[in-house]
Design a protein around this ligand. Structure first.
Ligand code: SF4
Ligand code: SF4
Length: 316
């Protein structure tokens, strides 16, 4: 707490939300269970951020606790977008300074489907430390030099993992994986997502599945990999440029100065979102833009389920 501003999942109204950790609520941290409502981009790329005119941040760096594998899997996409060929110094500073303590998922939400997109409900990379709750303690895995350094000098609370604990951890991981696979049994298909989407440009599925969409943009805003933004120049006492989250589902997205738009119809914007996730990001970064976190399903006002849309495309 002296060094970092800690954020960790805590329960509220039946959900899990990343909340600042203070002395009073340390006992309420939920280390395991499932992913929190807010993706990491909420903090690394806030919904509205000053990008020009911003004073050098004096605040402490973040330490994120309880991040799940689907959250870690989204970071390489953001790293490519904001730290690849073109570097965003604000994102990069926050990212480099942030310390990530991930943890195993043990009670996946009904909407979770990491196993359908090549993931698994426990972290394997991308963390500084990983905590797996076993019995009344944690198995800690070190993922970086920074993680190793943080543990140094705390031998009084650390001991070697014994075989029984390692076996219990493996069993727990297998059980959770099985649970995610089981709840997604009906949505499984053998074809690659890329082929399913790109071979179906003309499909009626796009129109049918987007019928109930109200263009709220929740699917984009809740998604850990979606990162489109707009820039807004504001004149206050001094000039400020703001960056805010955009949504490719909005009719105003990509509209040009003359009022033209490449995707005037809703189903075209809906289709574009799937193409972005499973083709364009794969073309550009060699990764899918979906980690199976299920947030877009959970937050959709039109009750649209990406898993069902993809399955219907396969049936075509
Ligand atoms: S597309 Fe949906 S399920 Fe996939 S990462 Fe984004 S919010 Fe999660
Ligand atoms: S969350 Fe659902 S209703 Fe809202 S824009 Fe996305 S698809 Fe449409």
């Amino acid at each position: 707490m002296e060094k970092y501003m800690i954020l960790a999942p805590q329960k509220e109204n039946g959900g899990l939300f990343m909340q600042p950790v203070i002395q009073d609520n340390v006992a309420h941290i939920v280390y395991d269970e499932a992913r929190a409502a807010q993706p990491l981009k909420t903090f690394l790329l806030p919904p509205l951020d000053e990008v020009v005119g911003k004073k050098v941040q004096a605040e402490k760096p973040w330490l994120f606790l309880g991040i799940k594998a689907c959250g870690l899997a989204a970071l390489p996409i953001l790293d490519q977008a904001f730290g690849g060929d073109f570097t965003d110094p604000i994102y990069q500073k926050r990212r480099e300074e942030s310390f990530i303590v991930s943890s195993d998922c043990t009670q996946p939400w009904e909407t979770c489907f990491c196993t359908l997109v090549g993931g698994q409900p426990y972290p394997v990379k991308g963390f500084d430390l990983n905590l797996s709750k076993v019995w009344d303690g944690f198995v800690i895995e070190v993922g970086s030099l920074r993680g190793k350094t943080l543990l140094e000098g705390h031998d009084e609370v650390l001991k070697e993992v014994v075989r029984e604990e390692a076996t219990a951890l493996e069993k727990m991981r297998n059980e959770t994986t099985k649970k995610v696979e089981e709840q997604n049994r009906d949505f499984k298909f053998e074809k690659r997502h890329r082929e399913v989407v790109s071979g179906n440009w003309e499909s009626e599925v796009w129109e049918r599945h987007s019928e109930t969409c109200v263009e709220c943009g929740a699917c984009n805003h809740a998604c850990p990999t979606c990162h489109c933004y707009f820039l807004d120049d504001v004149t206050r006492k001094t000039f400020v440029k703001l960056r805010g989250w955009d949504s490719c589902m909005y009719s105003g997205y990509a509209v040009t100065a003359g009022g033209g738009t490449p995707r005037p119809r809703l189903y075209e914007r809906f289709r574009n979102r799937y193409f972005c996730k499973f083709k364009y990001l794969d073309d550009n970064y060699g990764m899918y833009g979906c980690t199976g976190c299920g947030r877009c399903i959970e937050g959709c006002q039109g009750k649209i389920d990406m898993r069902q849309a993809l399955k219907d495309l396969v049936k075509n």
